[in-house]
Design a protein around this ligand. Structure first.
Ligand SMILES: Cc1ncc(COP(=O)(O)O)c(C=O)c1O
Length: 284
């Protein structure tokens, strides 16, 4: 989406513990052309917002939070998505709150809100069908909105279940020496949209191999996202794609060794015990 606006995304690597953007890697990427810092609360883990806001203030930049996977997660008591200048949420079918498809932008900035309303509604202003800007049809239907509102009523329940699933995995995997579990930043209440694990080298089996063995037992898992700098579409430069300069060693590790375990709301404690037993068996 950043590319589609005509802007150029410049990548910054993530932290190995929280899997979120590493504030120490942001500043070196800032140039006089930089307009905003866009952070993703990955898999429901809040980013280190104080450090990010401090950098943004120093350089007079906006902060956009991608909270697509983090509905209800908090950073120092504040709900993520509501901390920076703009927050975006996804309501796609696999998200914590879903309207099938769709999403939401939140901001306290009137100017940005007005602009977003304009652009999402085909840029109609006072006079319909007269365009002073190029807009989009990003409208949510009333039916979807009604489904979304009903889902909001269940948010607390869903978050409690997600956290229960995570706490079961934490208890079952404990401090296994060969598997890294999600690590929350200071003063963060993550939501564990998906429960990710990272196989350390000492596990002795590749992530695709482990996923294959689990799949053979009927256990569906998903690999972590392919790092942006490895996406085939962005290889080769035509001037519109992300700036891929630099090294992203942590993203590479996550892309090679990270995957998530079944985390749907209906997974039971018994299921989880079996899943973890099968996972540990893969080591052999
Ligand atoms: C972090 C993140 N950002 C953005 C999106 C895109 O959201 P949507 O599919 O609603 O456009 C997703 C997933 O779908 C996501 O996980």
């Amino acid at each position: 989406m950043v590319c589609l606006t005509g802007a150029t995304p410049v990548l910054a690597d993530v932290r190995l513990d929280t899997w979120c953007i590493d504030p120490a890697k942001i500043e070196e990427k800032i140039t006089p052309r930089t307009k905003a810092i866009m952070v993703v609360h990955m898999y429901g883990q809040p980013c280190d917002m104080d450090a990010i806001l401090a950098i943004a203030n120093r350089h007079n930049l906006s902060v956009i939070e991608d909270a697509a996977q983090a509905h209800g997660a908090t950073y120092k008591g504040q709900v993520v998505g509501g901390i920076g200048d703009v927050g975006v949420f996804s309501f796609y079918g696999n998200k914590i709150l879903t309207t099938g498809e769709g999403g939401m932008l939140v901001t306290n900035n009137e100017r940005i809100a007005e602009r977003a309303r304009l652009l999402c509604n085909q840029a109609f202003e006072k006079e319909r069908f007269v365009h002073n800007h190029v807009g989009f049809n990003y409208r949510m239907t009333n039916v979807q909105a009604a489904i979304g509102l009903a889902q909001c009523e269940k948010l607390a329940e869903k978050l409690a279940r997600k956290r229960e699933i995570a706490s079961n995995y934490f208890a079952l995997l404990g401090d296994h020496p060969d598997i890294q579990l999600p690590v929350a930043g200071n003063d963060c209440e993550p939501v564990f949209w998906m429960f990710g694990v990272l196989l350390k080298e000492s596990f002795g089996q590749s992530m695709p191999k482990v996923r294959e063995k689990l799949a053979a037992k009927g256990i569906e898992t998903r690999a972590f996202f392919v790092p942006m700098h490895r996406q085939p579409v962005y290889q080769g430069s035509n001037g519109r794609w992300p700036n891929l300069c630099g090294e992203y060693p942590v993203s590479d590790v996550l892309g090679e060794r990270g995957f998530y375990l079944p985390s749907g709301l209906d997974v039971t404690r018994d299921d989880q015990e079996w899943i973890v037993a099968c996972l540990l068996e893969c080591k052999r």
